[in-house]
Design a protein around this ligand. Structure first.
Ligand code: FAD
Length: 479
């Protein structure tokens, strides 16, 4: 092997001597891949096809020791470094051109202690790994709604799913984390050990180091839950459906969580062929309490219109969690997703949303209004780094397309749609759907709140003073 062309943290190109590279690679217990290796092309692919990057080196860590070596190697060789958990990050931060990817895919073990209602989850596990193990004991951690998403990225920026109103966000269920910080040491953070770091990882993303394991509190859920999924035609009457959904959700019990979706029925065998491509609105909801109560409680949502299709009914929790998987496959489409917390869903806001929904750039692009509240609201803004969580709605523009020639227009459309909703918001975004995070500090301040942001800068300065971990919604250390 000759010298390895690499990119430094500041973006300069450089070359690493083959001996240095070989020494690092041979020390790892897991595999390490460079361009030309058999599995390199497959291993470099992450979920968002827009992020088609070619790392110099992918370290497929098999344990904490590999992670420590990888962090030390990146720091000592001044390499740009990306952390890959589930690889589902929409902003594409799990990879990089010319740098080192610390790939945690192999660290996907889940160990459940049913009597303590706790789970230890590896830093590379996906939601389905956790659901599979926890549901064996009728338990669940509150995670997201697509089972192929990584636990790590999702939890470190919050984590919202069907259990958000009954049990809070994923980061709220954290009991402790093990983190390899920038100097290569392994640190445990919990309410009693390194509590400052524990505060920071609950919302501060991958800024503070590589989380090798998460400890979650679990809650009794399932095994059956009730899904509400009527598909109504998307037309000029959609505003009225959205208004009546809003009114219903305002008084709905906390065991019901709902996302109002504007979409087109996917051209997928799971749906009747004659309906493929039909524009629809879906007041998707899940009742995660006792199944005997579910159907009657969700019925008002099914009565909001005349459905062209209705998939409502009892469903195993694990099947629910996997139900969106085939519609969001890795590397399938180009994506740009941007979000905004909304303080109101008044007629004016509804008018903008419906107009945008009727003019989506293509059938794959989804607009979602997440109804929030409940347990996730009961955590004080300063209790975790995440910040304010008292907005009643999250507006998410999940724009997806297939032809790179449409990159500019798809992104511009999303930014315009996002900007026109700002009057209904305090400007905070959910940082797992940040677009490219192109607004930098102003978006982070609005999302975390200024007090939390300043505290995050202090923490970053303490734990990562040279900003080794910068491929994220980056909080630069103080100079
Ligand atoms: P990766 O792409 O692997 O990593 C993203 C970033 O997280 C990295 O750049 C790094 O900064 C950090 N990171 C990852 N692993 C680690 C680690 N072990 N230690 C330290 N830092 C790490 N979000 C929700 O809240 N709810 C949902 O229901 C939901 N649904 C989604 C559905 C789809 C199809 C997609 C694509 C995304 C969804 N998201 C959802 C957003 C998702 O939470 C983020 O994209 C998140 O970044 C994915 O985590 P990951 O581990 O797969 O990310």
């Amino acid at each position: 092997m000759g010298d390895l062309r690499v990119v430094t943290r500041e973006g300069a190109t450089d070359a690493l001597g083959s001996e240095v590279v070989e020494e690092f690679r041979s020390g790892l217990r897991g595999a390490s891949l460079i361009a030309g290796d058999d599995s390199y092309e497959e291993a470099r692919i992450i979920w968002n096809a827009s992020a088609d990057k070619r790392p110099a080196l992918i370290a497929q860590c098999s344990g904490v020791a590999d992670v420590i070596d990888a962090v030390n190697f990146a720091r000592e060789q001044d390499l740009v470094v990306a952390i890959r958990g589930g690889g589902h990050n929409v902003a594409g931060n799990a990879s990089c051109d010319g740098g080192l990817v610390i790939d945690l895919t192999l660290l996907n073990g889940v160990h459940v202690d049913p009597s303590a209602r706790r789970a230890r989850v590896g830093g590379g596990a996906v939601l389905g790994d956790v659901d599979r193990e926890t549901q064996a004991f009728g338990l669940a951690a509150p995670l997201g709604v697509v089972s192929l998403t990584g636990v790590a990225g999702l939890t470190l920026c919050g984590g919202i799913g069907w259990l958000r109103r009954s049990h809070g966000m994923a980061c709220d269920a954290l009991v402790s984390v093990d983190v390899v910080i920038a100097d290569g040491s392994l640190v445990t953070a919990s309410k009693t050990e390194n509590p400052d770091l524990f505060w920071g990882v609950r919302g501060g993303g991958g800024n503070f180091g590589v989380v090798t394991s998460f400890e979650f509190e679990l809650y009794p859920v399932g095994p059956m839950v009730t899904l509400c999924a009527p598909f109504f035609p998307l037309n000029d009457g959609a505003g009225d459906v959205l208004r009546r959904w809003r009114d219903f959700m305002e008084q709905a019990p906390e065991h019901i969580a709902s996302n109002f979706l504007f979409w087109s029925i996917p051209a997928h065998p799971n749906f009747p062929e004659e309906l493929h491509g039909t524009p629809v609105v879906i007041p998707a909801a899940v009742h995660s309490g006792a199944v005997k109560d579910g159907e009657s409680l969700i019925q008002p949502l099914r009565d909001l219109g005349d459905p062209v299709l209705d998939l409502s009914g009892p469903i195993p929790y694990t099947a629910l969690q996997a139900s969106f998987d085939p519609l969001f496959m890795k590397g399938e489409r180009l994506n740009y997703w941007k979000s905004l917390y909304l303080d109101t869903l008044n007629d004016d806001a509804i008018g903008h949303i419906v107009a945008r929904a009727l003019a989506r750039p293509n059938p794959w692009s989804l607009i979602a209004v997440w109804h929030l509240g409940g347990a996730m609201n009961r955590v004080e803004p300063t209790e975790t780094a995440l910040g304010e969580r008292n907005a009643p709605f999250l507006y998410s523009l999940d724009t997806s397309w297939t032809d790179a020639a449409d990159n500019e227009s798809a992104i511009a459309w999303t930014r315009e749609a996002w900007a026109e909703m700002k009057p209904f918001s305090r400007g905070g975004a959910y940082l797992n759907f940040p677009g490219h995070g192109e607004e930098g500090e102003s978006l982070l301040r609005a999302s975390y709140g200024s007090a939390n942001y300043d505290r995050l800068v202090e923490l970053k300065t303490k734990y990562d003073p040279t900003n080794l971990f910068r491929l994220n919604q980056n909080i630069p250390p103080a100079k």
